[in-house]
Each structure stands twice: as structure tokens, then as C-alpha cells.
Design a protein around this ligand. Structure first.
Ligand code: RIB
Ligand code: CA
Length: 302
């Protein structure tokens, strides 16, 4: 599977990038970066650093610096840390970002790999909205868009209604949901069914690949935040979008026309659309938690 991850790294983003980097059936074509857990500049810096840490020689293309319509916002550093990688200080990657902007890179790769490229947005989906606006063929050139975000039948995590990625750019999400592209939503309905606790991070660190120890270090900060809000572990949010793209049969999915609320108290809420013309999206509503945990942990034996 040829894959581009659109990311706001971010601790669970780092877990997702590591899973994709190590999986033998994934050809990670590049990373595109977006604001969310951090600013876009920090996301680009962190993505370059993570790519080097994981021995990935792939392009990193920097994305939009603000949401499609909403004003820019300051990241909440209490969740992923001041620099987005937990307790780690600002990393200093050797590499530099691509000369192409994220949307240009996405369109170019989708055109090059005609119908083969999978895109996994695991931050606010702004870059994908820009790519759809930039190239009217993008929605047909890309195989599928499998995004981490949204909450259909469960409470949000930044408001009672909205999951963080949807909340941070609801206009972009609604645009993508209305685009006619092949879209799969991997939201809190399933990602909060798989929580990683301290023992799980110890397990990752005990496996063969040394990247596990690095990820455990990142996880310390993330777990402390989840404990502070009364949760025993952190959701496997971003890795589950990659796993759903590769192993859709591990999920129960329904074909539902979706829309994102773009204003008011419920801004960022993902809900069933009443529109008769909106192309349905695939929505993950259940999952095989044991099989997902197994494929995630076993990747660190490679
Ligand atoms: O709601 C979880 C999502 O928001 C994840 O992608 C996490 O990295 C944050 O971006
Ligand atoms: Ca993310």
C-alpha cells in the first residue's frame, strides 16, 4: 500500500509513523504536515526529525498554517508537550522540507500513482481540502482517504460534541466529506476502544526494535495527561487510521453520508447528513481490539 500520512506530530502521530515505517506492506511515500497538536512549523520540524529517527528517506512537505475559514489558534501544549514530542526539547533535524507545499505534493503523488495512493490525515484535514481545491482530479486520482477524526455516536474530546481534528478545521472536514472522494472515518467511536497504558508502553520498549524505547519515552508525557483527565491509558487514535487503511476487515463499517457542523456550540461535530446528494463515507463503528493490539505491538519485533 502506497501511503502518505498527513500529520501534526504529536505523540500518537509518532506511533502511527513508526507503524507505517516498519510495516512490510506499506510503502510510505512521504509525510505532509499540518497544525493541530503543534504549529505547522513545529509539525514539519518534528516530521523531519521522526523520519530521520526511523531511517526514512522520504519527502516531508509543509502544509497550511491556518484552518480553511477559522482563525489560527495556539496549540494546547498540555497534551503533547511544548514541542509536540512530550518531554523532548525542540529537535534539530538535518533534513529540510520539500520545496512543494503539502497540497501540491499530495496532488502530484496522487497523479503519479493513479488510483494507488492512500492518504491518511491524522491531524486537521486542511491540506486535503486544499488538494481537492487545487486539482479537480485529486478525488479520483487518490485511492482512498482514511482519516483519524470525528466522533459519530460518542462524546467528543475537546467539547461534548467535537473530536480535536474535526474541531480544529470543521470547514475542511465538511468539504472533504462532500467531495465525492472515497473517504473512511476512523473516529473516537473506535479509537477509544483501544487504550495504551504504562504496561503497553513497557511492552513496546521490550520488543526488538529500539524505536520502541524512544516511543515509550514520548508516551510518558501523553500518559500523564490522560491520567490527569481520569483515563487509565491513551487512545490508539492515529495508528488506528493506518491499521484501518491496511486491514479494513478488522473494523465494522457503515456507509453513511456525513457532515461536519461548522459553527456554534457544536462546531466540529460529525453527524449523519440529511442531504440526498452527499456521497456516503465509510464510518468505523466497531473493531477487533485484540487483533488491532496484536498488529500494533508485533510491528516492533521487526
Ligand atoms: O483526537 C485525537 C487526534 O487529535 C489525534 O490525531 C491526536 O494526535 C490529535 O491530533
Ligand atoms: Ca494527530
Amino acid at each position: 500500500m502506497k501511503l502518505i500520512i498527513d500529520t501534526d506530530p504529536g505523540i500518537d502521530d509518532a506511533l502511527a509513523i513508526a507503524y507505517a515505517a516498519l510495516h512490510p506492506d506499506i510503502e510510505l511515500v512521504g509525510l505532509t504536515t499540518i497544525f493541530g497538536n503543534v504549529t505547522t512549523a513545529q509539525a514539519t520540524r518534528n516530521a523531519l526529525y521522526l523520519a530521520e529517527k526511523m531511517n526514512l528517506s522520504i519527502p516531508v512537505a509543509s502544509g497550511a498554517e491556518k484552518p480553511l475559514v477559522l482563525p489560527p489558534f495556539a496549540p494546547k501544549t498540555q497534551v503533547h508537550g511544548l514541542e509536540g514530542l512530550g518531554h523532548l526539547p525542540a529537535p534539530a533535524p538535518v533534513g529540510t522540507a520539500s520545496s512543494l507545499a503539502a497540497a501540491e505534493f499530495l496532488c502530484k503523488m496522487a497523479e503519479r500513482y493513479q488510483g494507488e495512493l492512500v492518504v491518511c490525515p491524522i491531524g486537521p484535514i486542511t491540506n486535503i481540502a486544499h488538494a481537492l481545491q487545487l486539482d479537480t482530479n485529486f478525488s479520483q486520482n487518490v485511492d482512498k482517504i482514511v482519516f483519524m477524526g470525528g466522533a459519530l455516536d460518542v462524546r467528543g474530546n475537546v467539547s461534548p460534541y467535537a473530536e480535536a481534528n474535526a474541531f480544529h478545521d470543521p470547514h475542511a472536514l465538511d468539504f472533504v466529506l462532500a467531495s465525492g472522494a472515497d473517504v473512511t472515518m476512523v473516529g473516537l467511536d473506535v479509537t477509544l476502544q483501544v487504550l495504551l497504558d504504562e504496561q503497553d508502553f513497557n511492552q513496546i520498549a521490550s520488543r526488538k526494535n529500539p524505536i520502541g524505547g524512544f516511543l515509550k519515552e514520548l508516551g510518558r508525557f501523553y500518559l500523564d495527561f490522560y491520567k490527569s483527565i481520569g483515563l487509565s491509558g491513551c487512545g490508539l487514535h492515529d495508528p488506528m487510521a493506518i491499521i484501518a487503511a491496511l486491514y479494513p476487515d478488522l473494523f465494522t463499517m457503515e456507509s453513511i453520508p456525513l457532515e461536519a457542523i461548522t459553527e456554534g456550540e457544536a462546531s466540529g461535530r460529525t453527524c449523519r447528513s440529511q442531504s440526498k446528494t452527499r456521497t456516503p463515507s465509510l464510518v468505523t463503528l466497531g473493531c477487533d481490539t485484540e487483533a488491532i493490539r496484536d498488529t500494533f505491538f508485533s510491528i516492533f519485533d521487526r
